[in-house]
Design a protein around this ligand. Structure first.
Ligand code: ATP
Length: 602
């Protein structure tokens, strides 16, 4: 069909020739499309009832780009149809025909090849009012390929976005930016508040910090939301999976505070805060409510880490009690992860700590078909970042075989976050249909795999089609979730009653204890020595393997609050006696309760 005005008769023939599914779209879907176009561009009403007149012009159809018909419904005498996007020359046309209206949105120069979509503006501030400015970083490894594929689909769906491209990651590191995030990238991310990011390679050695972790922490992106679902058409996909991992994103072992303390011993600090736990747990319940989910499962290892993981579990129990309509349970992470691998269909929303969530979401994505399928949203109060669950997969880079689904799914989450549920569900449904039609990348099938770009083109070609073997996705109104406001903790009396002094020492526990007892002095009692957390004095076991890293616990006599100067004097005495002090930890009581763990075997 040529570009230009067409008559109603031509229009019907066109739709028939494309075998566009009639009755695919119900009233609500047509109305939503209408509203969406109305919000995004210029609406021009054409005479109602015009479909009854065969020679009447009804609109313009472009065939030189991926014109897509979203659906056509016959309802009694009235006919409703909508054509989503025609891309041709230098105009994006969007048609909604609904008793009859035609909408079009003049756009910028677009090319349907995967990597030639140019923003007309170099600065976020200059964005077109009808488009939402976002920042995009294509990333490293397979990043440029999957980002191009994602942009192709976004363009075909006429998602009203203004892209501002920045470089973060390997090229920035190698250009001398140790954080991997140059100033202009920070500025664009702050201005737009939204980053769509490809995976990043953090170079080994050289002290480079992970761009992902830095962005999540600096921007306060506390919630990492990772949905995961089965696909009957994907050979390795286990049936019945429809779960979401809500991963805490800022704390835990990802604080990145590590030290080598002795020739033998390295340490990584696990930091967990009460407000951090409460924020993510409240978000998980709010997410469950907003998305009609019925169960939230918390996973921790609080049988071992009673203070840190115990806090997460305790906060979960408190927040769960405020949500009687949602089933809440807790599982120890090891058996929980095993069950996600073997019985993933039993899970709905899983809320967990940073490291566990990282591992769990890869397991879930693999069980659902491939780690290449999972998208994620990193949500904060002032910014959000959207990225695939997987990494940069350097083994696949440049081969054109990577699965772009993870990044595409993260783009869908971004559209929902931006309040654009209609292009989000349109892309999501087209993606589901593409998989159903057996269009699969090499990670999903051993025969007949398509390339990254061919997969994206297949999704673009199915915009407007719905999955046939499962219910279509419907995001409805924007699902942006109100972020929890966490009140500060009430003040608590804190008293220091002792100190753990860590020593570098090579020798036997009993000999160490004897020499230490000689220098402790008045005001303190040495209560125990542990090695890698296991009590070796008093009453240690001869089988325990000891390293060069010892924790020696000194409590104030009578467990009374002890002035800091006395603690310093104790450390000074140990140092003067030739002990190699490598670090100390205060032992505090908070409102009369100890804020420290006992030694194992104590
Ligand atoms: P990171 O630590 O950054 O998460 P990683 O070391 O866990 O990265 P990934 O980059 O996620 O590793 O990839 C692991 C493997 O999974 C890759 O080597 C690749 O074979 C496969 N893989 C990852 N992403 C995709 C994808 N999009 N398409 C196909 N295969 C993928």
């Amino acid at each position: 069909m040529p570009v230009g005005h067409i008559t109603n008769r031509q229009f019907r023939r066109y739709m028939d020739s494309r075998q566009i599914g009639r009755d695919q779209a119900g009233d609500a879907a047509v109305d939503r499309s209408f509203d969406h176009a109305n919000a995004g561009g210029v609406m021009a009403p054409v005479h109602p009832g015009v479909l009854g007149q065969d020679d009447q012009n009804v609109g313009i159809v472009g065939e030189e780009g991926p014109t897509q018909l979203l659906g056509w419904r016959r309802n009694g005498d009235a006919e409703h149809a909508r054509i989503l996007v025609g891309i041709f020359a230098n105009i994006i046309l969007r048609f909604i025909i609904h008793d009859i209206y035609v909408a079009y949105i003049p756009g910028r120069l677009m090319n349907t090849t995967t990597n030639a979509i140019h923003s007309t503006s170099g600065s976020a501030a200059a964005a077109s009012p009808s488009r939402i400015p976002i920042t995009i970083a294509v990333g490293d490894g397979i990043g440029p390929e999957i980002a191009a594929a994602t942009r192709l689909v976004l363009a075909a769906a006429a998602a009203p976005l203004e892209f501002h491209e920045v470089t973060v990651g390997e090229r920035a590191y190698l250009g001398g930016v140790s954080s991997g995030i140059p100033d202009d990238a920070w500025q664009a991310i702050r201005t737009t508040g939204v980053l769509l990011k490809g995976p990043i390679t953090t170079p080994q050695g050289g002290g480079y910090k992970s761009v992902n972790v830095t962005l999540r922490k600096v921007l306060g992106l506390f919630a990492n939301v990772r949905p995961c679902a089965s696909h009957a058409c994907v050979p390795r996909s286990r049936p019945g999976i429809d779960l979401v991992v809500v991963r805490e994103n800022e704390e835990d072992l990802y604080a990145g505070i590590e030290h080598r303390q002795t020739p033998e011993t390295y340490q990584c600090l696990k930091l967990v805060t009460r407000s951090g736990c409460e924020r993510i747990v409240r978000y998980a319940f709010a997410y469950a409510l907003a998305n009609g989910r019925r169960r939230v499962t918390c996973m921790t290892k609080d049988n071992i880490m009673k203070l840190t993981d115990g806090l997460f579990h305790r906060v979960f129990d408190q927040v769960a009690a405020e949500h009687p309509g949602i089933v809440a349970d807790h599982q120890i992470i090891d058996i929980g992860a095993a069950r996600v691998a073997t019985r993933p269909e039993h899970y709905d929303v899983i809320v967990t700590m940073n490291l566990y969530g990282d591992i769990l979401s890869d397991i879930a994505a693999e069980v659902a078909g491939s780690v290449g399928m999972g998208g994620s949203a990193n949500i904060g109060a002032r910014a959000a970042m959207f990225e695939a669950v997987h990494g940069s997969a350097p083994d696949l880079a440049g081969k054109g075989v990577a699965n772009p689904s993870g990044m595409l799914q993260s783009a869908v989450q971004m559209l929902v976050h931006l309040g654009l549920p209609h292009p989000a569900e349109c892309i999501h449904n087209a993606w589901l249909r593409t998989l159903e039609d057996g269009v699969l990348t090499a990670d999903l099938t051993s025969s007949g795999a398509v390339s990254t770009s061919a997969f994206a083109e297949a999704v673009a070609a199915r915009l407007g089609q719905l999955p046939q073997t499962r219910a279509p996705v419907a995001y409805g109104a924007s699902l942006r979730i109100a972020l929890p406001d966490i009140p500060p903790l009430p003040a608590e009396v804190r008293e220091q009653v002792g100190i753990d002094i860590f020593l570098h020492h090579v020798g036997q526990p009993h000999d160490l204890a004897t020499s230490l007892l000689g220098v402790v002095g008045a005001g303190f009692d040495m209560t125990m020595i542990t090695n890698r957390g296991v009590k070796v004095w008093p009453d240690g076991h001869p089988e325990t393997i000891c390293t060069d890293h010892w924790r020696c616990r000194f409590m104030s006599t009578g467990m009374v609050a002890v002035p800091f100067a006395q603690l310093l004097a104790l450390i000074g005495r140990l140092d003067a006696a030739g002990f190699d002090v490598i670090k100390t930890e205060g032992l505090f009581y908070f409102a009369g309760k100890p804020g420290y763990s006992a030694g194992q075997g104590a």
